[in-house]
Design a protein around this ligand. Structure first.
Ligand code: MN
Length: 485
C-alpha cells in the first residue's frame, strides 16, 4: 500500500529520514556530576562545566555510555568499541561553551534496524544509520521580562542520544509507526522515557520527493524539533506536497531548515541549512577516544529485556493472537505483563479482547496508565473464570466489569453484592418462558407461521423478566421446545 502524491506531471513518492534526539535516563549529566532530573528551579542543576567556565574539564559519565550501548543492542546495531567525541562549533545562546560536544565520524553505535508494525498487519524494516552521544543545550526564556531574556541551564549538558535513520521511510503513516516503535523500544530498554510532549524525545524530519520510479535523491528540507507524533506526520505530509507543487510549477527546492507551525498546519523557513563543514568539527582535545571491550558490551547484552518484536512473535505463536492484538499488547511493557497474568490458564484470545477493548476503553476515558488500572489483572482473570464456569452471562460480565471499575472491589464480592449470579434453576427460567408466551399469543402465531426472527425477541423478553440472570442459550432452547409443542 504505497503513498503516492498525484501531480499534473505524474506521480511522486516521498522520501523521509528521521533524526530522533532521545534524552538518556541517567542521574547525572553526560560530562558533569550535576543532576539530570527534570523540574528543578531555574539553574539549580548547573556545574561549572555546564556553565562553560574556563579551565573546566569534562569527564564522561559511564552510565550514559552503557545506556547508548544498550540502545544500540536494542536496535540490533553495530556497537563501535572505539568512538570519538568531537566539538561541533556554533553560536548558541543556550550553550555557554560555544560548542556542543557531540560525535561526528566515529559514533558509538553504527548501522541497525527498526521494524515498523503497520496498520494492515504488515511489517517493514527501516535502516538505522547511526546513534551518537551528545550534550543537550539550556533554555532561553524571552517572555518573562519586557526587555531582558533569562537563561536556565538545567538542561545544558544532559546526555542525548541522536538516532539517525536511513532515508527509508515513504509515508506519514510509516513516520508515525517509526516514532511509536522507537519510543516503545527505548521505554522497554529504560534508556529514555520517550515523552515527546515534555521534550525528552524530539524529532527532526528530512523530507524530499521524487518521481515514482526515480532512484536518485532530490534536495531535502529538514523540519526541526517537532514535539508530537501527529505533528511530525502532518509536517511531512505538508512538506512533501509543497515540494511537488514547487517542482511542478518549474521551481527549485533550496536545502534549508524549516519549522512546523501546528496552528497553521504549515512549514516555513527557519534558516538556510548549514553543511557539516560549517560546524568545523574536530576531536575534542579534552576527552580521550571512548574505548571499551567485548566484555563490557556482553555484560549489557545479558540484561536486555524481551523486546517488542520478540514479544509480539511469542504472543502470536503461543497465544494465537492476531498481529493487531499483539501490537497493542506489546507497545508498552506493562500492557504485555498485565495481559499475561490475565491469560494464564485461560482463553488467551478472550483475555486479549477484554484487555484491548473493555479495559483500555476505561483507561483511555479516565486518562490512566495500566499501572493505575482500577481493575487488577488477577481480578479481571477472575471475571473471565466466572464467565467460563457459567456463573455469569456475557451481559452480566459487562455489568460486573463496570462495577469493578467504579468500586475497585473483587469480582467475587461484587457478584454476591449485586446478585449477579446467572439463573441455573431451569424451572425458574421455564416459568418465565411460560409467562412470556402466554402474554404474547400474537407473536407465538407469527413464529409458528414461519417468522423465525421472533425467537430473538422472545429471548429478550425472558431475559428482561429474569433481570438478565437467565442464560440466553437455555432460554432459547426452552422457547424452541415450547413453541414447537
Ligand atoms: Mn543533534
Amino acid at each position: 500500500m504505497s503513498y503516492i502524491l498525484k501531480g499534473e506531471t505524474g506521480d511522486w513518492e516521498v522520501v523521509i529520514g528521521l533524526e530522533v534526539h532521545a534524552q538518556v535516563i541517567s542521574k547525572a549529566k553526560l560530562f558533569s556530576g550535576a543532576s539530570a532530573d527534570f523540574g528543578a528551579g531555574p539553574n539549580e542543576h548547573v556545574s561549572f562545566i555546564d556553565a562553560g567556565m574556563p579551565g573546566m574539564l569534562p569527564v564522561i559519565n559511564e552510565r550514559c555510555v552503557e545506556q547508548a550501548v544498550r540502545t544500540g543492542l536494542g536496535l540490533k546495531a553495530q556497537i563501535n568499541k572505539r568512538s570519538v567525541f568531537a566539538r561541533k562549533n556554533y553560536f548558541y545562546a543556550d550553550l555557554p561553551q560555544g560548542y556542543q560536544i557531540s560525535q561526528y565520524d566515529q559514533p558509538i553505535v553504527g548501522e541497525g534496524t527498526l521494524v515498523l508494525d503497520l496498520a494492515d498487519g504488515s511489517t517493514r524494516a527501516i535502516g538505522i544509520e547511526r546513534l551518537h552521544l551528545e550534550q543537550d543545550a539550556g533554555k532561553s526564556i524571552h517572555d518573562m521580562h519586557g526587555t531582558k531574556s533569562f537563561i536556565d541551564l538545567n538542561r545544558a549538558g544532559v546526555a542525548l542520544m541522536e538516532i539517525v535513520s536511513k532515508p527509508d521511510l515513504r509515508s506519514p503513516e510509516e513516520v508515525g509507526a517509526y516514532l511509536k516503535k522507537m519510543r516503545s523500544i527505548l521505554r522497554y530498554l529504560g534508556t529514555c522515557d520517550g515523552n515527546m510532549e515534555e521534550g525528552s524525545m524530539r524529532c527532526d524530519a528530512n523530507v524530499s520527493v521524487r518521481p515514482v520510479g526515480a532512484t536518485e535523491l532530490r534536495t531535502r528540507c529538514e523540519i526541526k524539533n517537532v514535539n508530537s507524533v501527529r505533528f511530525v506526520m502532518q509536517a511531512v505530509e505538508y512538506e512533501a506536497r509543497r515540494h511537488v507543487d514547487v517542482y511542478e510549477s518549474g521551481g527549485k527546492i533550496d536545502q534549508e531548515t524549516r519549522l512546523y507551525d501546528s496552528n497553521k498546519g504549515e512549514t516555513r523557513t527557519m534558516r538556510s541549512k548549514e553543511m557539516a563543514h560549517d560546524y568545523r568539527y574536530f576531536p575534542d582535545p579534552d576527552l580521550q577516544p571512548l574505548e571499551f571491550d567485548d566484555a563490557f558490551v556482553e555484560s549489557i547484552r545479558k540484561t536486555l529485556p524481551e523486546l517488542p518484536d520478540d514479544k509480539k512473535a511469542r504472543f502470536i505463536s503461543a497465544y494465537g493472537l492476531s498481529a493487531y492484538d499483539a501490537d497493542v499488547l506489546v507497545s508498552e511493557r506493562e500492557n504485555g505483563e498485565f495481559f499475561e497474568v490475565v491469560a494464564k490458564g485461560r482463553d488467551a484470545k478472550q483475555a486479549a479482547n477484554w484487555v484491548n477493548t473493555n479495559l483500555f476503553a476505561v483507561l483511555n476515558k479516565k486518562g490512566l496508565s495500566i499501572a493505575e488500572s482500577p481493575v487488577s489483572a488477577a481480578n479481571l482473570g477472575r471475571l473471565l473464570d466466572l464467565i467460563a464456569d457459567n456463573t455469569i452471562s456475557g451481559r452480566q460480565a459487562k455489568e460486573l466489569f463496570e462495577a469493578m471499575v467504579e468500586t475497585g472491589k473483587d469480582a467475587d464480592v461484587l457478584v454476591s453484592e449485586l446478585g449477579l449470579k446467572q439463573m441455573t434453576d431451569t424451572s425458574a427460567i421455564e416459568a418465565a418462558v411460560d409467562q412470556v408466551l402466554a402474554a404474547n399469543t400474537e407473536k407465538v402465531e407469527q413464529f409458528r407461521a414461519g417468522k423465525e426472527q421472533v425467537l430473538g425477541w422472545f429471548v429478550g423478553q425472558v431475559m428482561k423478566a429474569t433481570q438478565g440472570k437467565a442464560n440466553p442459550a437455555t432460554c432459547s432452547d426452552l422457547l424452541r421446545k415450547k413453541l414447537a409443542s
